[in-house]
Structures are given as C-alpha cells and as structure tokens.
Unconditional design. Structure first.
Length: 193
C-alpha cells in the first residue's frame, strides 16, 4: 500500500512495512515518538510487553533502530498500522542470531493502541508479519506471551500458532506471578498455498 493512500475516515488499518514507512518522511519522523506513546501507555495500563515501568523515549528509539538495522540486513520485519495517518499499532519479528537457529524467527512484539482494540489492528499486523516471515523463508515463527494475555493467545491460536511450552509463574510483576506461554507457527507443516 502506498503511504500516501492512508487517508481520513479509514475503518481498516493501513499496514505498512519498513520500506513503505521510510518512503513517507512525515510518517517516518513521527514513528519513534508515536511508537513510544503507544508502548508507554500500554505498559502504564499493565500490558505484558516486557517492561514493568513505561520505557523511555530513548529506549524505544534504540529498540526501533535495532529492529530497522535487522530489517535492512534481512533478519527482521517491521510493520506499522495507521488509521487516519495516526500510528495505532506496530509489530516486528527478529531472526534468531545463532547459526543453528537462522531458519527461525521470534515474533517479538505486537502493540496496539488501547483506543483501537477490537478493530482488527492486531490481527492485521500479525497477518502481515506472518506473511513476511513466510516470504523470508522462515521455517518456524515462535512467540511467547504472559499467560493472562488471553486476547493475544486466542489471536495467535486463530492464526495457526500452537502451544509448545509453558513456564508456570515465570513472569514476576511485583508480587504477582504469571505463566509464560510459548507458541509456534511451523511453516514446514503447512501447505504454502
């Protein structure tokens, strides 16, 4: 999709890849700031995104810089979802670094602005990232989620992921403990068509 086609009144998110994002200077300039807003707001609300406290703008900028560098090297995919030219979600996967694990990638993060939950943004991002992984020749796409993140776990199951492990009470948030649930999408066992 051409970034210029992200227009007002959209009901479905426009999901851009890193190249499309970079081709629109106005979107690219605001991307890290907008991503920080989404991630910090979600973490403040208790979302399971790997931070206990909201990340700083510098942390998010560094993270996104690392992901973009991996995209350029062919070791990642980054997707950004927009509604009315406003970033409402982002997600990425990273190829495993170990030489013996290079055919595989981990779906690291999908974050959707709470204001648009239930509008298909997470599904659109996940679907695009899965297609990117398949196109990149990834054999197994893995992900993990906190056990109480039932919406995410249900979404991934509906997209073909299967649970392959669980660490009970592994995630510590203050005094609370949560399971860490591992899921995978094995492209080797799927019809490519």
């Amino acid at each position: 999709m051409n970034p210029a086609m992200i227009n007002g009144g959209a009901t479905r998110p426009a999901v851009l890849d890193a190249t499309q994002l970079a081709s629109d200077p106005a979107l690219e300039v605001r991307f890290a700031e907008s991503a920080h807003r989404i991630l910090a707001d979600l973490v403040r609300g208790g979302a399971a995104l790997g931070w206990v406290e909201p990340p700083s703008p510098d942390e998010v900028a560094e993270l996104l810089g690392d992901v973009v560098a991996a995209v350029r090297a062919g070791d990642a995919a980054l997707r950004a979802a927009y509604l009315d030219r406003r970033l409402v979600g982002l997600g990425y996967w990273l190829r495993y670094a170990r030489p013996t694990h290079r055919p595989h990638a981990d779906l690291e993060k999908i974050a959707v602005d709470a204001a648009v939950h239930g509008r298909g943004v997470g599904r659109a991002l996940a679907t695009a990232l899965i297609a990117d992984a398949r196109e990149a020749g990834i054999e197994v796409l893995t992900m993990d989620a906190r056990g109480d993140n039932t919406h995410a776990l249900r979404l991934y199951r509906s997209l073909g992921f299967t649970e392959y492990g669980r660490l009970p009470d592994f995630v510590a948030v203050g005094e609370r403990r949560y399971d860490k649930v591992f899921q995978m999408l094995d492209f080797r066992r799927q019809d490519p068509g």
